[in-house]
Design a protein around this ligand. Structure first.
Ligand code: BGC
Length: 497
């Protein structure tokens, strides 16, 4: 009896020890996994660092590249494309004009009636449609036929109030937001696609000729009077309402900037010197690259697996198409190496581009005490049912690192432009005001990003200068801007004088 009791006690003690050992091992495993998660996070944070000194170096590198791109064709990663816009809207533009805005996942068609001197925009209507993903990688005809058909339907709905003079051909400003080597204000050849488009039979072709053929096929009698990049449209639209607009920046699916340059500072321009002495330049800054750019292994892998490897590197760490995807890649690493979502790696987390920047923005802005929005997004998008608060906090921290890097880099780019224009320091005899027309979904909807961008630029230029640099959100600027430029290059312009 005694022996049996002792035996049972020994067995019991052994069992307790074994369980305790298991618990300890489990805890150790858990804590070493967590340590791995923290180390992935800290390493990523360090590699994404953008101290002010680095931003200033990048702004200087941007200025150097701007000069090189203006000096000769192919002189720099920055194409510094000549827009053939040497006169920005004055407010005298008059008549009914259409605009077609193509450049991201959606496209818009617009109709505006401009009222001439002091009349402003009398009427304005638009419709929006998404581009089916198969058309982004199909043929030029398929894409342009689809667009032309939507435009045909929109024209058919034009009401009397638009006062289109009978017998007059309708005119269109075409905002085409990809790199185009312009040959005139209404012609230009596509250099290459960006932002997930890849239509091989279109590269090198005249964009306006392709659109015009599609309009003809769909029976739309319309002349393309201006071909513009979205940055140029935004600059023109911004100038229409504010004469101090001199720079435009797009932060949306992709990113880019345009500014007003002195024509004499463009050695590669061999045309007649414009009367205004100015020319608007489409920088194509999305393709900027410099050794100081804070790139991580996640960015390099994203680039290598993209449709345009080696290109648009600045865009790939700054703009809306990519931020959510960078987040997904870091989370996947944490899931694989630190099991933050449990022993199995969630299958959805392995799908490229499943996590979009608007999801990231929603998680980043989550103000609930238990980060409920983060939990819900992880559940709805990645099908991860339960996540601890600790893990949700890591997700928010990652969003912050990625958005902060992007926003601060965009601010450095703007500082580069201000430097090139000689508007980065207070001038003797009173400072000029520089208004930067901003547009794009990332800027419009991602508040943390926008605030970080604006604060960073203010810090970089200093308090005194910051008072003279103003950000202005240009609503619908690029479409209206294209219509305005169609008006100032109208076929019927002489009729009015
Ligand atoms: C394009 C630019 C465009 C920018 C913003 C970039 O991918 O190359 O032409 O302005 O996106 O839409």
């Amino acid at each position: 009896m005694r022996k049996a009791a002792v035996g049972a006690a020994v067995v019991g003690a052994a069992a307790v020890c074994a369980v305790a050992a298991l618990v300890v091992r489990h805890r150790m495993r858990k804590s070493s996994k967590w340590a791995r998660c923290v180390s992935i996070l800290r390493e990523f944070e360090e590699k994404c660092g953008t101290p002010d000194a680095k931003l200033k170096q990048l702004a200087d590198a941007m200025v150097v590249e701007m000069h090189a791109g203006l000096a000769s064709e192919g002189g720099s990663k920055l194409k510094m494309l000549i827009s053939y816009v040497d006169n920005l809207p004055t407010g005298d533009e008059d008549g009914v004009f259409y605009a077609l805005d193509l450049g991201g996942t959606n496209f818009r068609v617009l109709r505006v009636q401009l009222g001439g001197k002091a009349g402003g925009i009398v009427h304005q209507e638009f419709t929006e449609a998404s581009i089916p993903p198969n058309l982004m990688v199909g043929t030029a005809d398929a894409l342009f036929d689809y667009i032309a058909e939507k435009l045909a339907n929109f024209v058919a709905e034009e009401e009397q109030k638009f006062n289109q003079p009978p017998g007059r051909q309708r005119e269109l400003g075409f905002t085409f937001s990809f790199p185009v080597m312009q040959t005139s204000i209404n012609s230009g050849n596509l250099i290459r696609w960006t932002k997930g488009f890849s239509i091989d039979d279109m590269v090198g072709k005249d964009v306006v000729a392709e659109l015009s053929k599609a309009l003809e096929r769909k029976g739309v009698d319309m002349r393309v009077s201006a071909l513009v990049n979205d940055t140029i449209g935004t600059l023109a639209g911004g100038r229409y309402s504010n004469k101090d607009v001199a720079v435009a920046v797009i932060l949306g699916t992709g990113t880019n900037a345009a500014y007003v340059e002195r024509a004499q500072a463009i050695p590669k321009w061999h045309g007649p010197l414009p009367k205004s002495g100015e020319m608007v330049i489409n920088m194509e800054w999305g393709n900027f690259r410099a050794s100081h750019l804070p790139l991580t292994k996640y960015d390099n892998a994203l680039d290598a697996e993209s449709l345009n490897p080696g290109e648009q590197i600045f865009e790939k760490i700054t703009s809306g198409m990519y931020l959510g995807e960078i987040l997904r890649r870091v989370l996947l690493k944490m899931a694989e190496e630190a099991a933050i979502f449990g022993d199995e790696v969630p299958p959805k987390l392995q799908c490229p581009f499943i996590l979009r920047t608007p999801h990231m923005s929603a998680m980043h802005h989550d103000a609930t005490p238990d980060l409920k929005v983060v939990g819900d997004k992880l559940k709805d998008i990645l099908e991860i049912p339960n996540t601890s608060l600790k893990v949700r906090r890591v997700v928010v921290e990652l969003c912050n690192i990625i958005a902060t890097r992007g926003a601060r880099l965009a601010a450095a780019g703007i500082l580069g432009i201000l430097k090139k224009m000689g508007r980065d320091t207070p001038r003797s005899g009173g400072s000029a005001k520089t208004v930067i027309a901003m547009d794009g979904g990332l800027y419009e909807h991602y508040t943390e990003y926008r605030n970080c961008l604006e604060t960073t630029l203010n810090e970089l230029v200093g308090e005194e200068m910051a008072a003279h640099v103003v950000f202005e959100h240009s609503v619908d600027g690029s479409g209206i801007g294209a219509a305005l430029l169609a008006a100032s290059h109208s076929l019927y312009l002489e009729d009015k004088s």
